[in-house]
Structures are given as C-alpha cells and as structure tokens.
Design a protein around this ligand. Structure first.
Ligand code: 8YV
Length: 328
C-alpha cells in the first residue's frame, strides 16, 4: 500500500516530486485553516503531514486516524501538542541546525539596524529629507565592544553570541537553564541570573523557545531592570514578551530601542503602535527566510517524513518517546 502524505503551504516542485517518488501526495498550496473541508478529508486518510504554520489540535488528530508522523518546516514546535502526539504514538519532526546561522544573521541585522537607526535614516533619505550633514540628532550607538546579553543560549543564541564576541569584540552574558562551559571557553561568555543580565547588558537578545515557562518571560519588571540605553531584540517568539509592557517601556524611554522579528499576533496588526515608532525595527518574521535556508529546511522536512513513513528514525525527531512507543 502506498502511504499518503498531506503537504500544505508553498512547497517547491522538486520537494513535492521527491515525496511523490514514494508516496501519494495531496498538496494544499494556499491552505488558510486546518478547518478547510478538503484538507480535513485528505487528513482522514493521511499517514504523514508536512508543512508549517497550521495549529495542530487534538480535534484535527481525531480526524486523522492513520497519522504516523508530522514534519514541520520549522525548528519551533510551539503550535504542536507534543504530549498528545506522543500519547498517540505520532512522530513530530522539526528542522534544527539548517536555520541556525541564518536566524543568527537576522538577530545581528536587528542589533545593527536598531543601534545605527538604519531603517529610520534610510526612510529619511527616501523622503528626500537629507538636506545637510547628519548631526547628533540622528546619531546611533556603537555595537562593537558593548555587552550582549543572551536570554536563551541554545544553537541560535550561541550563534548570535559568537558573531558578537568574535566579530564585534562584545562581552557576552547569558541566562540559560543550564551552564554552557564549552561556549564560555570558546568566547568568554559568562552566565548570569536574568536580573543581573538585564542590568548589565547594552543589548538584550531573546532566543528561548516558547513554552508554558517562557510565555511572557519578559514583562514590565524585566524592562524596568534594563539600562535606559538598552536595545532589546526578539528573534524567538512574540509570546515570550509581554508586548504591551514592551510598548510602554519604549514609550516611557525605559529602553532606547527594539528590534523585533516576532510578535504576539502574526501578522502584526497595522493598528499596533510598534511599527510606527521610530525606535523600533519591525520585521515580518523573516528569521530563516532566505532562499538557501528555506530550501534546506524543506529538504530536512522531506527527509524526516520519508524516513518516518518508511519506519526509519527521522533525522530530527522532537518526541523520542513516540518512536519508542511505535517500536514497542
Ligand atoms: C519560520 C521559525 O517561521 O523555524 C522556526 O521556528 O520561526 C521560522 O523559521 C518557520 O519556519 C515558518 O516556515
């Protein structure tokens, strides 16, 4: 029997072709919601699901009785009910590693753009308002030699910090559940309690995954601990930050500026004050959005689902317990 895969959102033809060599594939290029009737119908027979962005609920799983594996084209898996998937013996695979460097580049892009006011000043040029030499009203602040505080020190956090330490001579502090002695030895990173890190850092960059413990990890108290000259950068998930507290901190001048790739609600509402603030650089969640990296992520997801549906261990499996359950 040929197994069936439901693929959704934009997946390139060569990836679909690779899947079609082994499986029957139903592709939903413009899927808006998991409630789409044709999608639901395909899921009723599907053994595998590949895509990114659709919230997988227990109701969808109930409607997908054959499902063996899900391959998300993302490293983050906060919109999947991992325990529920494990309980049902459904493998959840993600795409770590291949997006680490690109996402770290985005972190540094935000650090640089916010510090040097690049977007605000590029807009000034575009408007034709560059009429005399730029004076101190438009000066930014240095990045090199400053203190970079990383909240979360996993693969992406370490890659941002490495850029700061080795490229820009920054002192790196980190707040993380576990110590990272190898990174301390590699570029002199120092572990701190969160409040200490906030008080000492010139740049505070968040890279923790979104979990029940990290939701609103950064709120009014945390902003009040930061230097008034601090620049806050979030490349993790919007919900890690209490966005109204961030807006208040920016309005009050409690911090200097923010560089944001992620928001509590995405797409960000045009009503949000954030993109209208001159000291905010707001990007539309482009952390991993380069041709090369998105292609590598899709390839990893194709490899994951192919291996999983052939009964082999996927390259990147989130819930090992589900693998044990399927084997046992
Ligand atoms: C993209 C991400 O949003 O991988 C993640 O967790 O946040 C980003 O790379 C996602 O991959 C959308 O396809």
């Amino acid at each position: 029997m040929t197994k069936r895969i439901v693929a959704y959102r934009r997946i390139k033809p060569h990836h679909l072709e690779a899947l079609r060599r082994d499986f029957h594939v139903d592709h939903f290029a413009e899927l808006d919601s998991a409630d789409d009737p044709a999608f639901r119908q395909a899921m009723a027979e599907a053994h595998g699901l590949i895509g990114a962005g659709i919230g997988v609920t227990p109701a969808l799983l109930d409607a997908s009785p054959q499902l063996e594996a899900i391959a998300t084209i993302s490293v983050g898996y906060d919109n999947y009910p991992v325990e529920e998937l494990t309980r049902r013996g459904i493998l959840l695979c993600n795409t770590p590693d291949v997006l680490t460097e690109t996402t770290a580049d985005t972190g540094f892009l935000l650090i640089m753009a916010a510090a040097r006011r690049a977007i605000e000043l590029a807009e000034l040029v575009k408007r034709g308002d560059w009429q005399a030499s730029i004076d101190e009203r438009h000066f930014g602040c240095d990045v090199h030699g400053k203190t970079l505080g990383m909240i979360g020190f996993g693969r992406i956090g370490a890659a941002v910090a490495r850029r700061g330490a080795l490229g820009f001579g920054m002192q790196v502090l980190y707040a993380n559940a576990s110590p990272k002695p190898a990174l301390e030895a590699e570029f002199g990173a120092q572990r701190r309690e969160l409040d200490e890190l906030l008080a000492e850092s010139d740049f505070v960059c968040v890279t923790v995954p979104l979990t029940a413990e990290t939701e609103h990890l950064i709120g009014a108290h945390e902003f009040s601990q930061m230097k008034p000259s601090a620049i806050f950068v979030n490349i993790a998930r919007g919900k890690v930050v209490d966005e109204s507290a961030l807006i208040a901190a920016l309005e009050k001048g409690q911090i200097r500026a923010a560089g944001l790739d992620v928001f509590e609600q995405e797409p960000l509402s045009p009503e949000s004050p954030l993109p209208h603030m001159t000291n905010v650089v707001a990007l539309p969640h482009i952390g991993s959005a380069t041709h090369e990296t998105r292609d590598a992520m899709a390839q990893r997801a194709v490899d994951n689902i192919t291996l999983a549906l052939k009964g082999e261990h996927p390259v990147s499996l989130v819930n090992e317990a589900a693998w044990a359950k399927r084997r046992g």
